[in-house]
Design a binder for this molecule. Structure first.
Ligand SMILES: N[C@@H](CCC(=O)N[C@@H](CS)C(=O)NCC(=O)O)C(=O)O
Length: 191
């Protein structure tokens, strides 16, 4: 049985949970920052990040590689280069937002004059603008993997109140459109 290690709040985990919604698998919810779960992670995955997949002892790190593994296993069909670039856009804003959350949780003041914070903030804005433009010009499809990743990132940014989507009507409309899907509801981090 496929085992997916993750946490209910992680947007990188949620995309894989939604992808696996109709496939037999076991989901293992972890507390990754301390305690026994961190020890499990240390033994299996030195990056200490989730998601992580275990398929009968074959361990796979990183959602992007997990997606590639599942694509081969279930013959899901691969992504175009344009879709790969969409994933890179989504991953980069997602990483910058994770950085922002960890900064807040570390009680570090995110001084916009400092290079590290200025670059992250600029990236969040340039990527959200690019995603807004792509949605507006119809470059995203219905509900394939790039759309699942986009939804998971947006919903997490809203849930954690990390960045307002006020300036991005197409992103807000996209979020609202997919909000009531069963697999989206079943993986809501607010539950
Ligand atoms: N590139 C990785 C990113 C995964 C990631 O950043 N996961 C976060 C949770 S949302 C994590 O495990 N963070 C732990 C840490 O930064 O120590 C992927 O796509 O799987």
């Amino acid at each position: 049985m496929l085992k997916l290690y993750g946490s209910t709040t992680s947007p990188f985990v949620r995309r894989i949970r939604i992808l696996l919604a109709d496939k037999a698998h076991e989901y293992i919810n972890m507390q990754i920052f301390e305690g026994p779960d961190r020890q499990v992670l240390r033994e299996l995955n030195p990056t200490l990040k989730i998601p992580m997949l275990d398929d009968g002892g074959q361990i796979i790190f990183d959602s992007r590689v997990i997606f590639r593994y599942l694509t081969e296993k279930f013959a899901l069909g691969s992504l175009s280069w344009a879709q790969e670039n969409q994933l890179t856009l989504i991953d980069s804003v997602n990483d910058a937002l994770v950085h922002k959350l960890l900064t807040q949780r570390s009680q570090v003041e995110a001084d916009p004059q400092k290079l590290i914070f200025r670059l992250q903030q600029e990236r969040i804005e340039t990527v959200l603008q690019a995603l807004e433009a792509q949605l507006t010009s119809g470059q995203f499809g219905d509900w394939g993997y790039p759309e699942i990743c986009l939804y998971s990132m947006l919903d997490w940014a809203l849930f954690r109140e990390l960045h307002s989507l006020q300036a991005y009507p197409a992103l807000r409309a996209f979020h609202a459109k997919h909000n009531n899907k069963a697999e989206v509801q079943a993986t809501d981090p607010r539950e």
